[in-house]
Design a protein around this ligand. Sequence first.
Ligand SMILES: [Zn+2]
Length: 420
Amino acid sequence: MEQVTIIVFLGFFALEFLVEFILNELNLRHVRARLEQQRVPEFFEGKIAPQDYLKSAHYTLAKGRFQRWAQVYGSLVALFILFGGPLPSLDGLSRDIGGLFPAGFKAQGIFFCFAVALSFSLSSLPTGLYSTFVIEQRFGFNRTTLKLYFIDRLKGLLVSLVIGAPFLLGVLYLMEESGRHWWLWAFMLILAFEILMVMLYPTLIAPLFNKFEPLKEGELRARILALAEKSGFKTSGIYTMDGSRRSTHSNAYFTGLGKSKRIVLFDTLLEQVTPEQGLAVLAHEIGHYRLKHIRKMLALQGIFVFAGLYILSLLIDYEPLFRAFGLVPSSHAALVLFSLLSGPFTFYLAPLMNFLWRRHEYEADRFAAKILEEARAMEEALMNLTAKNLSNLTPHPWYSAYHYSHPSPAERIRAIRRQA
Ligand SMILES: [Zn+2]
């Protein structure tokens, strides 16, 4: 049975690799073919400068070419960790370390989960460094230093340790001590944890990495406050963030739940847009809030977690699954195997999730146009930010349908024009 388990997994693993690889190649060809015409794509003519278009195409091609190697490398690392021996050795090591603590601490399980996560995190360093310090650098986006980069990674690890250890303790405890219906209890714990994280992220975690400040005085501030008031958003929840410390890419987002909800505008965005465009971006983010998009995504995630845990509750007694990867059955081994092996199966849910995300983006754009009583500023903001961020003007439709959480610039602008 071990062989069958391995063959089924490898089959799906290879299929995921192939689909991903083909999508990337299609996108590269599509962009290259368009670039050969040496003219701004019709839809953007007169709106995006020729040199910006050329630069954006070269940026997309550079990222796509690197993606080939990053994907091969990432797959080899995953195969090595699964089949090359690290899993059983890390499990043995965690047993030794776990023996030093009282059993109620679930130290072996927690240590094993972190050791595996750390292996993946360390192995992603080379590709992470290359994309930041070579590709982003070459196109003038990178502002981070090697020092800041490593401090960020280290901080990220510490935060996940501090938050993750008690969370894992809870999950492992329920798996081992709460009987046959453990997965229902675990579902409630995970859901409560996710909601708590959404509430704590903006005020507790994000400030560990960036500085957040209330909007400064100025023309835009007065107009933003007026707009927030008109659309029912608490104005004390609007912040600027020093995104420029790491990158010149610009962005804005809505985050949080309850009292912690806030809209964050990158300082880079405020430098790049006119007051009208900035206002349109803000109206779009208020749209995400008014249309309850965070709650809807949490609910959807809840469904996935529920289904995932149910499947895990069926697999946990299937011994060949553990033996196939050289492990003895245990709750922590089940958790780790499940999270490592599920990727090639859940990969096909990504386009569905992205489809729903994109629908939320259209809805927020529509909301912005309605509240501003005009659509021109939103369209101009999109054109402007597309040019500044060197976004791909001509993605292959299959690639964007699969991978894009936001509709492509042309799709968004067309939708705005249709309803104007
Ligand atoms: Zn949005």
